[in-house]
Design a protein around this ligand. Structure first.
Ligand SMILES: [Zn+2]
Length: 220
C-alpha cells in the first residue's frame, strides 16, 4: 500500500511540541494492520484520550520493537506470538490525535528510540487489505472486521454458513459462486492443513487445486 506521511520522525510542529518520536501515516479508521516480521506482543497500551491512545508494541526476534499507535481495535494480547503477515489491529484515531492516522514508532535492540524510516516500505506492505487466501493461511480467520463481515474463526464462520444453507437450501447457496468460493477455500484449507504435515509446497498447491476444481464443478 502506498502511504502518505503527515509527520516525519523528529519534526516539531503545533501538535508535536517535542521532536516527534515516530512517523505519522494518514490512514482511514479501520484499516487492517499486519506484522511485517514475526514477533511477540510486548505491550498492549491504552492511554485513553492522551498520548497514542490504544497501541501495540511488537518485539521482533532481532530485539527491535515496533510501536503502532492511535488504533481503533486490538486483536492480540500481551505475550502472544505473531507470524509474519498476521493481522493484529485496526488503525484508528484514539489518543491525542486530530485526524485518522497511524503513529509508527521504532526502538533498536538496546531500547533506544530510532527513526522508523528504514522500515517504512516493509511496514507499508502490511497495511490495508490482505487477500482472503493470505488471511486464511496467516491466521485461520475470515472476514476483515469491517462492515458486516465479522472477523470470526473459520469454524464459527463455517457454522453460520452451514446454518444459512439449511435455511435457504443448498442449491440456491451453491449456485452463487461468490458465496461458494469461501466454502471451497475452507475445504482447500483443510487439505492444506492435512498435507502440510508432510510438505508445505505440496499442501499449498493441493489446496489451490481443490479450490479451482471446486469452482469448475460449481460453474458446470
Ligand atoms: Zn505520531
Amino acid at each position: 500500500m502506498i502511504v502518505r506521511i503527515t509527520s516525519k520522525y523528529g519534526s516539531v510542529d503545533s501538535i508535536h511540541k517535542t521532536p516527534h518520536s515516530g512517523i505519522d501515516i494518514a490512514l482511514e479508521e479501520g484499516t487492517p494492520l499486519s506484522t511485517f516480521k514475526e514477533g511477540v506482543v510486548k505491550h498492549v497500551l491504552d492511554y485513553g484520550n492522551s498520548n497514542v491512545g490504544k497501541g501495540v508494541v511488537i518485539e521482533h526476534s532481532d530485539g527491535t520493537q515496533a510501536i503502532y499507535g492511535h488504533l481503533s481495535q486490538i486483536n492480540v494480547h500481551e505475550g502472544e506470538y505473531l507470524h509474519e503477515g498476521e493481522q493484529f489491529a485496526l488503525s484508528g484515531n484514539t489518543g491525542r490525535s486530530t485526524a485518522e492516522h497511524l503513529h509508527l514508532g521504532f526502538k533498536d535492540a538496546e531500547g533506544h528510540v530510532i527513526d522508523p524510516s528504514p522500515y517504512l516500505d516493509e511496514v507499508s506492505k502490511n497495511i490495508g487489505q490482505q487477500s482472503f487466501w493470505d488471511k486464511f493461511v496467516a491466521n485461520g480467520r475470515v472476514g476483515d472486521g469491517i462492515g458486516d463481515i465479522p472477523q470470526n474463526s473459520v469454524w464459527e464462520w463455517f457454522g453460520e454458513k452451514a446454518a444459512e444453507i439449511t435455511v435457504n437450501g443448498a442449491v440456491t447457496f451453491m449456485s452463487d459462486i461468490a458465496l461458494a468460493l469461501p466454502v471451497l477455500t475452507i475445504i482447500g484449507g483443510t487439505v492444506y492443513v492435512c498435507l502440510n504435515m508432510f510438505s508445505s509446497g505440496l499442501a499449498k498447491w493441493s489446496a489451490i487445486g481443490t479450490v479451482l476444481y471446486g469452482l469448475l464443478v460449481v460453474k458446470g
